[in-house]
Design a protein around this ligand. Sequence first.
Ligand code: AMP
Ligand code: ZN
Length: 489
Amino acid sequence: MAEIRLTNTATRKKVPFVPIDPENVRMYVCGPTVYDRAHLGNARPVVVFDVLYRLLRHEYGADHVTYVRNFTDVDDRINETARARKEAGAEGTIEQLIRARSDETIGWYHDDMDALGALRPDAEPRATEYIDQMIEMIAGLIDKGFAYEAEGHALFRVRKYADYGKLSGRSVDDMIAGARVEVAPYKEDPMDFVLWKPSTDDLPGWESPWGRGRPGWHIECSAMAHELLGERFDIHGGGNDLMFPHHENEIAQSKCMGHGFANVWLHNEMLQVEGKKMSKSLGNFFTVRDLLTGNWSGGWKVPGEVIRFVMLSTHYRKPMDWTERKAQEARDTLVRWKSLIDNQRDDVARAFSGTEPPQIVVGAVSDDLNTSQALTYMHAIAKEAAESTEKKVELAESLAFLGFDYAKNWSVSFGYSLDKTLEKPIEFEKVEKRLQEEREKAKATKDFTEVDRIKSLLLGAGLEVRMYEGSVEIDVTAEFDPSKLEALK
Ligand code: AMP
Ligand code: ZN
């Protein structure tokens, strides 16, 4: 068993990971607020913690790991969409329209994150389904003197918790100076944060000892983590933009309830695009779906596994830059690795288990999720793979371990079905273009030899070829055999 070492944000040290109970290793990751499509930055923690989840499952057994990632479905932006729909004549109560908007967004989230090869967590609690637990926790904090009620709000007394700010290494006074704390007349101290706030009649609300209202964002995670993982669990993760105030507040609430809460805190760094912060005004903001469908500055459809590969090429604790160049390189590497394996598909398939990645690759990932090092090792394995079935198997096992799950569509094609969720493998675009160019040439020279040669090669490889005025389309049939395309190269 490889020793797993993780950098705990709380101590800023890389230490061996020792689970509380190896029979049930528990991890909580802050999930999305489900008001719209996930952007590319949101995908980073999903991929990072998916790799950790896979590593833990590999080490402790798939049945001995519990991964919880929540959906925050109490949010003004969700309410706004529901309200706009209602005004536009949509049927249903505002509550039903809010629920429908969250359902819709959660569906998109699943589609997009599935396309990145991320396993679904064991539980994906929605905040609105844990309101009772939140109320109970807030009431407990008020009982213990860590919180108070004021004008229909419940607020947490930050100065009562001596360790506040420890995770992010700040003092309360620094935080007051730097933070956008809301000064409100009902607060004892501007630093105090909301546990519960009143709702107006046109907003969703729940009855509570402090009147009809809704929970603050931070208490959601504390209550759901407690309900699903217990008072003490192993790992808590999220993007480092959440460290303050969200995670500081989660810790304060849970610790003051007497819960041990998380042993290890992990934070991924942020994602940028071509060296700049992703933002709508810079025109470099895109959702995962935009990339999958080609609706971005690069203009081509980026298969989910290419996005995944790019994410894994930067260590999670370093800022990551998305560039088109990286995406092209990742695509080319994946195509090369897959066709290497494909050349000996049957032999590899016979030896492939999907559960036995090479030690060196597991070792790299175990070392604080050093996925870029793991990919470097895989490049070395690939170099020897042309001459060695064993190395091809190692490469396939490594890919599966990192979440490039070819085992699933092994029988379709190892080499060319880059992403089964998209209609067309990207390699085909080139072939379509080439055939069209040859057609144009042939029209002028009246020599159709090359056109016929390419076309019969494609048909012979089990592809469907459709010729239109000015364009060509290729599609895969069940008989598709990529090895028969070699002669095209
Ligand atoms: P949100 O829905 O905004 O609460 O974000 C969901 C998750 O995405 C959180 O874990 C954030 O830390 C993470 N996140 C948001 N923006 C970025 C970014 N640019 N790079 C990396 N992670 C991000
Ligand atoms: Zn959270």
